[in-house]
Design a protein around this ligand. Structure first.
Ligand SMILES: Cc1cc2nc3c(=O)[nH]c(=O)nc-3n(C[C@H](O)[C@H](O)[C@H](O)COP(=O)(O)OP(=O)(O)OC[C@H]3O[C@@H](n4cnc5c(N)ncnc54)[C@H](O)[C@@H]3O)c2cc1C
Length: 392
């Protein structure tokens, strides 16, 4: 494997073999660019920091294969602090809970099949601009190597440092990162084995708790933004919370996962000469749900395609790479910013106000139409107007 990184030269070097990086490398290779995918972990897909829910992978031409699909999902239950349950299903709510250890590996294999070279246990520690691209400094088993890349795609996740090495601002503000803790548990009594469960209120301040069916197991976790108590302490309390009516009494963990979800909205500048930023590194994650797999795959695909086109045209300047930024912004920017506004409002609501909001909602919905719900909620509880006046 050493020859892949020892004084090697590539058109495109993708840093990080998460869903964003593997999709970027797939499209770069498929469109003719000589591509290397670098992953610091010794095993792609490990450690898992995810509740593993993925909407419609078919959008990317990926068949939901039983090797990584653990559950089919038809929707979710939103549970208010007072226990009111709102069912959201029947619209665009179907998807899957996957085994990410296998899914991420599958995406990397799929990319390798179209020509991507993959270097694992290789951490990018620095970038130096060389006039024609980047010297990528990689640490592998205690040795440092230099790789030349005409374009670097930084897909290195929430703790992204690669974009910063190239002078882009990708560091996340700690108060905009949800701290998450999760047990994968067995012997969980689910409300329905095709429905995800979401719990709001003081159970998980400024975030939510979840139970996602995963075949014989379930992912039971939560994300909080709180400096007083750790996510794991909230999680241990959630498991015994009366709202679950003892459904986790006999459950036992088989895995513990933790991590951060950057829910503060996307970074503004995602390209510069010879560099592109994608996925969590670019804040391309839903501020409301913390879901980022689909977005990172979609934006990663765009990044790979544009990178290959720029290589073909022999122009890897910011003026050429901006096509990627224009594409993802056109498709997702407004939605992400609207979600950010809604999230900021939701985070201010007390449990009483969350209950009033839930009481204004029908018991069963196909989709969450925030404007309609806000209007009804204000009619039922005029005190909510101060939060919702900018929406209705
Ligand atoms: C607890 C939790 C639950 C979540 N649940 C869901 C969910 O159910 N559904 C959903 O859609 N999203 C969920 N998310 C978010 C989702 O996990 C991310 O949005 C998604 O993984 C982003 O993909 P990515 O490719 O951008 O980054 P990542 O998947 O984080 O991949 C980045 C990769 O880069 C590697 N890397 C980092 N630095 C370097 C370096 N210097 N050199 C080489 N490699 C490097 C890392 O090892 C990693 O493999 C959750 C997040 C958390 C924390």
């Amino acid at each position: 494997m050493r020859e892949l990184i020892n004084n090697a030269e590539y058109d495109v070097v993708v840093v990080g073999a998460g869903p964003g990086g593997s999709m970027a490398s797939y499209y770069a290779s498929k469109n003719g660019a000589k591509t290397l995918l670098i992953e610091k972990s010794q095993e792609i897909g490990e450690p898992v920091r995810c509740a593993e829910a993925v909407p419609k992978m078919e959008d990317f031409g990926i068949t939901p294969d039983p090797q990584f699909v653990r559950s089919h999902i038809k929707g979710g239950y939103l549970v208010a602090p007072n226990g009111k349950i709102i069912e959201v299903s029947g619209g665009k709510t179907d998807g899957y809970v996957v085994e990410r250890k296998i899914f991420d590996k599958y995406l990397a294999v799929r990319s390798a099949r179209v020509g991507t070279k993959v270097a694992v246990k290789s951490r990018v520690v620095d970038l130096e601009h060389n006039g024609n691209g980047y010297d990528v400094i990689v640490s592998h088993l205690g040795e440092e190597y230099i790789i030349k890349a005409k374009i670097v795609i930084a897909a290195d996740g929430v703790e992204s440092s690669v974009a910063e090495m190239a002078g882009l601002k990708s560091k996340k503000i700690p108060t905009q990162v949800c701290s998450c803790a999760e047990y994968e548990m067995t012997n969980v009594k689910l409300l329905d084995n095709e429905m995800m469960e979401f719990y709001f209120g003081d159970i998980s301040p400024k975030g939510y708790a979840w139970i996602f069916p995963k075949g014989d197991t379930a992912n039971v976790g939560l994300g909080v933004i709180d400096k007083h108590k750790k996510a794991i302490d909230y999680l241990n309390e959630f498991i015994e919370h009366p709202i679950l009516e003892g459904r986790l009494k006999d459950a036992t963990p088989i895995e513990f996962k933790c991590g951060g979800a950057p829910v503060g909205g996307p970074i503004e500048k995602t390209v510069d000469d010879n560099i592109i930023v994608v996925g969590d590194a670019a804040g391309q994650i839903s501020p409301l749900s913390g879901g980022g797999i689909y977005l990172s795959m979609s934006c990663g695909s765009m990044a790979g395609e544009v990178a290959a086109k720029c290589i073909k045209n022999n122009n890897c300047s910011v003026d050429a790479l901006i096509e990627y930024e224009n594409k993802w912004k056109e498709k997702y920017y407004d939605t992400l910013m609207t979600e950010l506004r809604y999230k900021n409002i939701l985070q201010k609501l007390t449990e009483k106000e969350l209950n009033a909001l839930a009481d204004a909602m029908d018991d069963k919905l196909e989709e969450v139409d925030v404007k309609k719900i806000a209007f009804k909620a204000v009619k039922n509880a005029p005190s909510l107007l101060k939060y919702f006046k900018e929406i209705i």
